[in-house]
Design a protein around this ligand. Structure first.
Ligand SMILES: Cc1cc2nc3c(=O)[nH]c(=O)nc-3n(C[C@H](O)[C@H](O)[C@H](O)COP(=O)(O)O)c2cc1C
Length: 175
């Protein structure tokens, strides 16, 4: 059930260190690929890192000032980049900032990735604290780097309760 999946998906900060099959990571990116985007522009590209020296390097990029220490035990990562948006001509000519919706699009695709991962029994944590310059240096990625998604198996037995604003605080029905 979709609602169960939503409750199951949480930010995993406690990985058991078990390796992840690369095919599962690709499946998560495939779900991200099917996400909606403005003008169907799909302004994203995912770079997958699974274990080894590259995992060491990306861990070094997402722990600025001692943040995100939990990634030490996480085996796999997706570097999420924003690509130039290709809007429909009729829309592009009316919009000054062609990247106006691109961050929304990337965020939506990341949600798809994380929900697919949860459905496959994988834990994820979206990491915004990314040292972009380091990522460029290590991996030679020129694109705009938006996020990294830590991906691995959780060592926690069951999901935490969600801490969220009340529905009435975020939902207004305009009559
Ligand atoms: C854009 C974005 C950036 C985030 N960056 C970090 C981060 O750098 N480190 C971290 O531990 N969690 C990060 N998170 C996870 C949030 O803290 C988490 O989603 C939120 O507290 C809700 O908890 P839940 O994901 O467990 O439901 C990020 C989430 C988003 C959407």
């Amino acid at each position: 059930m979709f609602n169960e999946l939503i409750l199951k998906r949480e930010s995993c900060r406690n990985y058991n260190g078990e390796p992840v099959n690369t095919d599962l990571l690709i499946k998560c990116v495939d779900a991200a690929r099917l996400s909606p985007s403005a003008c169907n522009s799909q302004p994203w590209k995912y770079y997958i890192i699974n274990g080894g020296e590259n995992a060491e390097k990306i861990r070094d990029c997402i722990q600025p000032n001692g943040a995100n220490k939990f990634v030490q035990n996480c085996p796999a990562f997706a570097i999420v980049t924003e690509q130039p948006a290709t809007l429909k001509p009729a829309i592009a000519e009316r919009i000054k900032d062609k990247q106006r919706w691109a961050q929304n699009d990337v965020g939506l695709s990341v949600a798809h990735y994380c929900l697919q991962a949860a459905d496959l029994g994988l834990g994820t944590c979206i990491i915004g604290m990314v040292e972009e310059e380091k990522v460029r240096e290590y991996f030679g990625i020129e694109d705009k780097i938006r996020l990294v998604i830590a991906t691995g198996y959780s060592a926690d037995e069951k999901p935490r309760n969600k801490v969220r604003k009340a529905l009435e605080d975020v939902c207004v029905v305009i009559e």
